[in-house]
Each structure stands twice: as structure tokens, then as C-alpha cells.
Design a binder for this molecule. Structure first.
Ligand code: HEM
Length: 509
């Protein structure tokens, strides 16, 4: 059967598209998650395939033959969010949700779908099923994680290591030996995964003779802390963050001022809402840049994908000169504003996705190979309500049709971006949720320098689900030790513990 005629779920041997994990054993103890709906009573938004493909096309920017040099201001960059958060976002996604089973060709019932990741911040993508069940992820002491080959290029990280891999026989790729194959999808997320392995080892070496479970718990809690107090305010904005977590505004504790969750209310067990996994949380696709500098030794930045030359594509032995200098991705100290050693900003969360994501390599997904089209089709097939319906259900005035535009949030494009309703009248007061969440973020745009984060609808979905999942997890620090604080030895001089501080510790391992 040719890929073009095969049912979508059997076309690719890949990971992040149709068949990701389709060969995995459902009876395994880690497959306890499930999908569900946050807004059960809202009707599914009606579209047709043709107009969604057209919108996906319109959301894909034109190929950029001449990327803006690092010494000049790129108007697609977001002054509010640095590029590391895009990949931290992808890493978190892989920890929480994995749907290798739904189809783009028919309607799917979320209640009948299995989430192949536990919807918990438990780093199952790092630990797999633990040292007893998957010993090949661990050193023989059963305490430390195995690391991969040495990587060069960052003098500040002489111990840099990639992911552990099996040996390539020359015909097969050197597959990463990790808890979630998707964390080898690109060279950046794969090194973030490697950094988490090193952070685990650092915790093992810092604690006093810990058991594996003690070290794992400490790692998870530090990671959860980063999600709650660094990732969330960065992505959803301080206002929504304070509204969901009032103790962060009042300077009290989470026990004195508990989280305010209005819409994510699991009746029994926690579940992964499709409004999050198929709608709001795919915001990150619009923050991906077309090319990145990984370290200062690289002559030039590398594109995320390329059909003609080197790129940052994953699922292979990481080239040994590509050690990531994390200070080019997160603020880790004083940095210059421009030039190769600046902190690279993420692209803006807007209704435009960079061109290479409109044509994914076959190792990532195919049929369609366009990520925006896949997102829109998946949302429709999963029966998501429209963005306007979700806004109204939240008591928020929906954005009017004249303000819903398609394209980049830049001064240059603002005036010519078409209206959504001009792509098809079917979109009148009926916007796909993923599009809407991005369009909502885009409403903040005033000038190219304006920082942009998710708006109220997107921010509420992302914030409530993340906090809700932490509260529902009887092993999270919010449940087991709500007054937990990161280890003093790991905090920055200002007393914070952010992703940048986690990475600094990882580099000591
Ligand atoms: C770096 C480049 C990235 C690529 C190439 C990529 C690619 C993909 C692909 C092919 C899918 C499956 C689409 C489908 O068939 O429905 C997917 C799903 C998804 N992506 Fe990404 N992605 C990237 C980054 C991100 C980021 C930065 C985020 C969030 C911050 C994100 C969030 C998600 C989510 C939530 C899903 C659904 C996961 C599931 O439930 O199975 N992705 N991505």
C-alpha cells in the first residue's frame, strides 16, 4: 500500500504523527491516562475538510529565503518569551499527552481514547517505567540515568552529553533509548531531555545516599516548581496566572490562598482534555523559529528542517559539534541584546506558523505533512467547540469577526492580513479553537516590540489544566508537600528556581 492510499494511522514509521506509539502495548502499567472534554455541553464546531486545509495553508508563512541576520531585529520575534520556553513547552507536552490512535479521517470520541502518557507531571517521558522494568535506561547502580555520547561546542559545558542510543548498523538510525521517542524529534528537545537526565544525576549526587524513589521525587518536584512558577507565568501572562494562583499575587502560601479553578473540573480521576491537547496547548507550534543558533562555535544558525543541507532534525545520532549553550535559549545571566550571543527570542504566538512546519519531513508526519493542517483537522475530528463558544462559556466576550485575522503579528503584515471569515463564511463566529487561541494572543499586538503571551481563553485552558493536573496528582508537591521549596543549593542568588537554574545544576552532572 502506498503512503498516499494507506489509512493515515499506518503510513509512517514515525513518532509524532499518525502512528506514534501505535505498536506500544496498551496493557502496560503506564497507560492509565485518558482523554476527555473540559466543556462537555458545548456543541462540536462544524467545518469541512476543504476550508480547514485552506486555513492551514493561510496560516503557513511564505518560505523565507533570507532569514533576518542575528545582528538585526526580526519583527517575528517575541520580546516577552525566549526560545527555550518553546522547547520546554514541547517537552512538557510529551510528559502529559500522547495520542497515537485517533484518526484524521473520521470523528473520534475522546472518552474512548487512551492517553499514552499519564496526564501527570511525573516525567514518565524521562523515567519510562523505572529501573526495574526498563533497566537499559539506567546505570547498573539503578540510581543514575544513562547518558549518551559527549557533545562539543559549548566551552561552558565541558560535560555536555547527548541521549543514550542503540548502535546504528549503518542501515538503521541510532534510536534514542528514552522514555518517549518524541523527545528525539529535534536536536533541541533531545538535548532538553538529556539535560533532564543530567539533572536527575545531579540530584542523586546532591542528596545524602538517596533511594531511586527519593531522587525521582525530588527531580519531579523541582520540575513541577518550574512549570508552576516559571513556565506558566511566562506563557499565560501574569494576570491569568495570578487569577488562577492568587497566592502568587498576595505573597501568601498555596494553603492560605488555594488555586481558583473554574472550568477544569474532573468528576473522578484527572483526564487530559482535548481542548488542551488538540486546541490550546498546540500554541507552541506558532512559537517555533525557522532556525536556531545552538552554540557560539557554529558558523551560522541551522534551519529546523532542510531537504538540501544540515538541519536540526532529530531521530539520529546528534552531530557531536552541536552541544547546546542554554544561555542562547534562556536568560542565564547578563547577555547582549543583539548578535550571536544574545538570548534568542521565540517567535510570537500568532496565527502564523513558519514555513518549514507546513512541510514536515516524513520522519515526523505525512499525509498531510502540514502541521497547521493536521492541527485543524485533528480539532475538527475530535469535535472541539469553536473558540467563540469556549469564550462565551467562560463569560468572556468573543472576539468579533472583523478582528480575527490570519497571518503574522507584525507591523508589516498587520494591515494586509485577511480576515478569517474571508477564507470561508463557514468561519463566521465559528473559529477553530487552535486558531482562536492564537488569534486571541495576537490581539495584544500593538508594535513589533510588544511582548505577547496567551490571552484569557488560551491562558485559562492551559493554566487551569496544568494546575488542575498537579492538584489531582496525589504524588505532586502541591498534594504531598504544598510548602515545598527547591533546594537552597539549587536556587539562584536572587532565591529563585527557574528553568535556567535547573539547567545550571544539570550542567554540573
Ligand atoms: C519543534 C517543533 C515541533 C514539531 C515538528 C511538532 C510536531 C507535531 C506533530 C507532527 C504533532 C501531531 C499532529 C497531529 O497529527 O495531530 C504534534 C502534536 C502536538 N504538539 Fe507539536 N511539534 C513541535 C513543537 C511543539 C511545541 C513547542 C508544543 C507546545 C508548546 C507542541 C504541542 C503539541 C501538542 C499538545 C500536540 C498533541 C500531542 C498529543 O496529544 O498526541 N508541539 N506536534
Amino acid at each position: 500500500m502506498s503512503p498516499a492510499t494507506a489509512p493515515l494511522s499506518h503510513t509512517m514509521p514515525g513518532h509524532h504523527g499518525a502512528v506514534r506509539g501505535a505498536d506500544l502495548n496498551r496493557r502496560s502499567s503506564s497507560f492509565e491516562g485518558r482523554f476527555g472534554r473540559m466543556f462537555r455541553t458545548l456543541p462540536a464546531a462544524e467545518f469541512d475538510e476543504k476550508i480547514l486545509l485552506k486555513l492551514g495553508q493561510a496560516m503557513t508563512s511564505a518560505p523565507d529565503d533570507k532569514p533576518t541576520p542575528e545582528t538585526e531585529v526580526d519583527d517575528e520575534e517575541n520580546t516577552g518569551i525566549s526560545a527555550g520556553y518553546t522547547y520546554l513547552g514541547q517537552f512538557i507536552d510529551h510528559d502529559l499527552t500522547f495520542d497515537p490512535a485517533s484518526s484524521l479521517e473520521r470523528q473520534n470520541d475522546p472518552d474512548a481514547l487512551v492517553d499514552f502518557r499519564t496526564p501527570r507531571f511525573d516525567l514518565d517521558s524521562v523515567y519510562g517505567r523505572g529501573p526495574d522494568d526498563q533497566p537499559y535506561l539506567y546505570r547498573t547502580d539503578g540510581l543514575h540515568m544513562l547518558l549518551g555520547a559527549a557533545l562539543k561546542g559549548n566551552d561552558n559545558d565541558p560535560n555536555a552529553r547527548g541521549l543514550p542510543r542503540n548502535k546504528s548498523d549503518g542501515t538503521e538510525p541510532a534510536r534514542a533509548l528514552i522514555g518517549d521517542p518524541r523527545n528525539d524529534e529535534n536536536v533541541i528537545v533531545s538535548q532538553l531531555q538529556a539535560a533532564m537526565l543530567r539533572f536527575h544525576n545531579r540530584v542523586v549526587d546532591t542528596l545524602d545516599s538517596p533511594t531511586f524513589e527519593e531522587a525521582q521525587r525530588m527531580v519531579r518536584w523541582h520540575y513541577q516548581w518550574v512549570v508552576l512558577y516559571d513556565f506558566l507565568p511566562t506563557i499565560i501572562g501574569k494576570d491569568t496566572w495570578h487569577a488562577i494562583l492568587p497566592h502568587t499575587l498576595k505573597g501568601t502560601t498555596v494553603l492560605q490562598d488555594p488555586p481558583q479553578i473554574k472550568f477544569y473540573q474532573p468528576q473522578k480521576d484527572a483526564f487530559m482534555p482535548v481542548e488542551f491537547s488538540v486546541g490550546a496547548y498546540r500554541f507552541g507550534h506558532s512559537m517555533v523559529r525557522p532556525e536556531y543558533r545552538l552554540n557560539l562555535k557554529m558558523k551560522d544558525r541551522l534551519p529546523i528542517f532542510s531537504t538540501t543541507g544540515d538541519s536540526l532534525v532529530g531521530f539520529r545520532q546528534t552531530p557531536d559539534n552541536l552541544a547546546i549553550d542554554w544561555s542562547l535559549f534562556f536568560t542565564m545571566g547578563p547577555a547582549s541584546k543583539s548578535g550571536p550571543n544574545r538570548v534568542q527570542p521565540a517567535y510570537k504566538p500568532d496565527t502564523s506558523v513558519v514555513n518549514p512546519l507546513g512541510n514536515l519531513p516524513p520522519s515526523v508526519a505525512a499525509n498531510p505533512a502540514s502541521l497547521p493542517q493536521r492541527n485543524l483537522l485533528r480539532g475538527w475530528r475530535m469535535g472541539l467547540p469553536s473558540g467563540q463558544a469556549v469564550a462565551a462559556a467562560m463569560g468572556i466576550t468573543p472576539i468579533d469577526d472583523d478582528s480575527l485575522r490570519v497571518g503574522k503579528a507584525t507591523e508589516a503584515d498587520k494591515k494586509t492580513n485577511p480576515k478569517l471569515k474571508d477564507i470561508s463564511p463557514l468561519f463566521e463566529e465559528n473559529a477553530p479553537l487552535w486558531y482562536y487561541v492564537l488569534a486571541e494572543a495576537q490581539q495584544q499586538f500593538v508594535k513589533d516590540e510588544t511582548p505577547i503571551h496567551l490571552g484569557e481563553v488560551g491562558g485559562r485552558i492551559v493554566g487551569e489544566v496544568m494546575v488542575g493536573l498537579l492538584l489531582a496528582d496525589s504524588h505532586s508537591f502541591l498534594r504531598q508537600n504544598p510548602l515545598f521549596k527547591p533546594l537552597d543549593a539549587f536556587k539562584s542568588s536572587g532565591g529563585d528556581f527557574k528553568m535556567a537554574d535547573l539547567l545550571k545544576q544539570a550542567m554540573k552532572a
